[in-house]
Design a protein around this ligand. Sequence first.
Ligand SMILES: Nc1nc2c(ncn2[C@@H]2O[C@H](COP(=O)(O)OP(=O)(O)OP(=O)(O)O)[C@@H](O)[C@H]2O)c(=O)[nH]1
Ligand SMILES: [Mg+2]
Length: 275
Amino acid sequence: MYLNLNKYNINFIIIGKPNSGKSTLFNKLLKKEISPTGETYGLTKELYTQRFKFKNIDFVIHDTPGLRRKSKIIDKNEEFRNKEVIKLLDKIDLAILLIDCKENITRQDFKIADTILRRKKLLFFVFNKIDILDNKNNFKKKIKDFINFRYSQSNEINTFFISALSGNNITVLLNEMINKYNLCSLKIKKSLLNNFIKKISKDSKLPKIKNIQIKPKYIVQIDSNIPRFKVFINSKKKAPNLFIRYFDNEFRKYFSLNGIPINIKFISSDNPYID
Ligand SMILES: Nc1nc2c(ncn2[C@@H]2O[C@H](COP(=O)(O)OP(=O)(O)OP(=O)(O)O)[C@@H](O)[C@H]2O)c(=O)[nH]1
Ligand SMILES: [Mg+2]
């Protein structure tokens, strides 16, 4: 495998519901009090953009106004601000979706997550205010299980637990952001891709279509800024979701690509017996 280690300018957004601690995290990373923080719900009313260095890497960081559910918005200015935040998602490499531990994870968080994932951006679900929890390990386990079992796109997200106020786990988070960012420009050698295809085509757990075993025959990586692949299968029919999900899981496990936005396109063949 080959990693592009020169492209270092990670542009990321801190996004989430009001009061989750976005501005506190922003200031902590900058080591300066730039964005106002406080208990008032919806305190941040404009975008703040700054730069900082970590391990000699340049980061661009955006603090954003909290995103409430549409039904709760009565103010035109808030609607405008929200649109600005969503527009910014096209320009960033990575998003930290900040969630208040006290509030747990909500439908609004999943809605924001989907908006980010649709744009194929790196996504970190970051649970903040971990300092206020009595049983931290229990909470972490519950959240991880919930995301894995209830969220169909769990393969594409990274989960973290921090305290923006005390700074707990923030360095670990930054290191992991760098690791995952680098994996996004990963080029996998043809021979390794072929080894994976050989292995999975012998896998008896691969889901079938009407009792016929679908087999991936060939895989190619396409040049792009996120890992993209084309997989040719021995079936005239469109690859079923069960098969796609199984392949995606095994592929991520084999190449350690969990939490990375990858794109795998399955190409059906006219001839189901091709070798
Ligand atoms: N205990 C604890 N409190 C925190 C932590 N992070 C933030 N807070 C508190 O949570 C409140 C909200 O923090 P902000 O940083 O203003 O939240 P925000 O997400 O920017 O809020 P909006 O700008 O309204 O969207 C403040 O009173 C912070 O001191 C944390 O890690 N632990
Ligand atoms: Mg704020």
